[in-house]
Design a protein around this ligand. Structure first.
Ligand code: ZN
Length: 499
């Protein structure tokens, strides 16, 4: 990079903003893992103070003048230019929304979150509906303030998935709507597989040891991170050299810890693969939520739920639990842990029916922001769609529309990133198979090194230089496409269910 004093000052400024954000992440991690309960109020204040400082720095006149000058500087190299342009985009977006509106929105979110918690507990949607209605009105207003090309939904989604267009989503969810039921029908017409061996009693310490082994095998660097136990697993970055994962352990459900660990491990490998020299800049940050999720799901599903992976790992697992897994083979394990069964709750859905849960939420969110449905009518719309796509009756709002926290936070446009993550993952995995000779034989031999270095080189090291679609086109030669996922799923379930 060329020496440019102003650019260097801009970098130092951006790194200071990142320092504050990462300090906030440390507080949040501690809050989830270790914090005693009486610390809650004080911790909330400390986090709010730091977030306020970060927000003021990210919207300051000082930053504006750096950006104005640098936007007109034609001596920048290509990465510097991208960093300035993306930071300028973020700055303009953040400063478009008046402070008074942000406060009004924050207030509505905290009221709506409380109402949602009570409504879920009491299984009574009417406690949530009025607050949700207020929040939706504010989010509609926000979309108008921020601006969009084709649909207000694009403005909301931009927070999670920069540059994503509704036309791309419509196209991919149309494919889901048409093709996924065909596969589900084939599966439901063949005998169900057995996964009862997962629900015996498994010593928690032995499960924990296995999870550490899993992370090490993936290439997670324990000198630059650690794993802890929590109830809702997450990955968090405190900046270069410290990316932490959390996992969940259940005595009577061996699957919990295995795939939580692999999933979060995939997120962490992405963060550990970002360029340390680009700290605080778009080129040193993740591209988008769907790209992040593509990395976690590639490891969790394409690798971690594959037969080659378990041909290697199963012997080790069986040694730790010889009694519980006595009559189970690696193939039984692979089949059982890929059991497909329509269910009510998104977070415990299998790899295939999961996408119906997201499709349903996408259709409802779009209807909300196209003003096609009233808040009062959402539960019946929800239940209708579960009947239509998954052929199940929703017994209560608690197990239906109140199950997810996202809408109570005002996170509209978030759900699609989960499915997009799986679809991109299938595309990337296919590209990796083309690029790496004998990839699956290597996995079967316990070697995922080439895969990780391919992901590092093709995806991780680019940070936010490309948005999700640009990155996908660069790596696979085409944009988002459901077909790779469909073909991958078809082959996998054909092996398992024998249709
Ligand atoms: Zn994830």
């Amino acid at each position: 990079m060329k020496e440019n004093q102003l650019y260097n000052q801009f970098v130092t400024y951006m790194q200071r903003v990142a320092d504050i954000q990462h300090a906030t992440a440390v507080l949040h991690w501690d809050q989830e893992i270790f914090m005693p309960k009486n610390a809650a109020a004080n911790r909330a204040r400390q986090s709010a103070t730091l977030s306020g400082v970060a927000h003021r720095m990210a919207t300051s006149e000082e930053l504006r003048s750096f950006l104005n000058e640098l936007m007109a500087d034609d001596s920048l190299d290509s990465i510097q230019r991208i960093n300035v342009e993306k930071s300028n985009h973020d700055f303009l977006k953040a400063t478009k929304i008046p402070e008074s509106f942000v406060e009004k929105l924050q207030h509505a979110i905290s009221e709506s979150f409380q109402a949602w918690s009570q409504a879920k507990e009491a299984d009574d949607y009417s406690l949530f509906a009025p607050k949700l209605k207020t929040l939706i009105e504010l989010k509609k207003e926000e979309a108008e303030i921020v601006g969009y090309d084709h649909h207000p939904y694009e403005a909301l989604m931009d927070d999670y998935e920069p540059g994503m267009k509704i036309e791309v989503l419509d196209r991919v969810f149309d494919q889901v709507r048409q093709q996924l039921p065909i596969l589900l029908k084939k599966i439901s017409q063949t005998p169900q597989v057995d996964n009862s061996f997962l629900f015996k009693s498994f010593n928690k310490d032995s499960q924990w040891d296995f999870s550490l082994h899993v992370l090490r095998e993936m290439g997670y660097d324990f000198d630059e991170g650690r794993q802890d136990i929590t109830s809702h697993p997450f990955t968090t970055s405190f900046g270069p050299g410290d990316v932490r994962v959390t996992t969940r352990v259940a005595e009577n459900d061996l699957g919990e810890i295995i795939w939580s660990t692999i999933h979060e491990g995939g997120h962490a490998l992405y963060e550990q693969g970002l360029m340390k020299s680009e700290y605080g800049l778009p080129s040193g940050s993740y591209a988008s939520l769907s790209v992040h999720e593509s990395q976690s799901r590639l490891w969790e599903n394409n690798v971690g739920r594959s037969l080659p992976y378990w041909k290697h790992m199963f012997a080790d697992l069986k040694q730790r639990f010889p009694k519980q897994l006595a009559s189970v083979s690696d193939i039984d394990f692979f089949k059982g842990t890929n059991k497909v069964e329509p269910s009510l709750i998104r977070t415990s859905a299998d790899e295939l029916t999961y996408h119906f849960h997201v499709l349903i939420r996408y259709e409802i969110e779009k209807a909300i922001f196209s003003k096609e449905v009233e808040v009062e009518d959402l539960p019946s719309l929800w239940n209708e769609k579960y009947k239509k796509y998954l052929e199940i009756e929703v017994p209560s709002d608690q197990k239906g529309i109140l199950q997810d926290v996202h809408w109570s936070y005002g996170s509209f446009g978030y759900f699609p990133t989960y499915s997009l993550g799986s679809f991109y993952a299938a595309q990337y995995y296919e590209a990796a198979k083309q690029a790496i000779p004998n990839l699956e034989q290597n996995i079967e031999a316990g070697n995922t090194k080439e895969l990780l270095s391919w992901l590092r080189d093709q995806i991780h090291k680019h940070g936010r230089r490309y948005n999700a679609e640009e990155l996908c086109k660069k790596v696979t030669g085409k944009g988002l496409d459901f077909n790779d996922f469909y073909n991958y799923a078809f082959q996998k379930y054909q092996t398992i269910y024998g249709f």
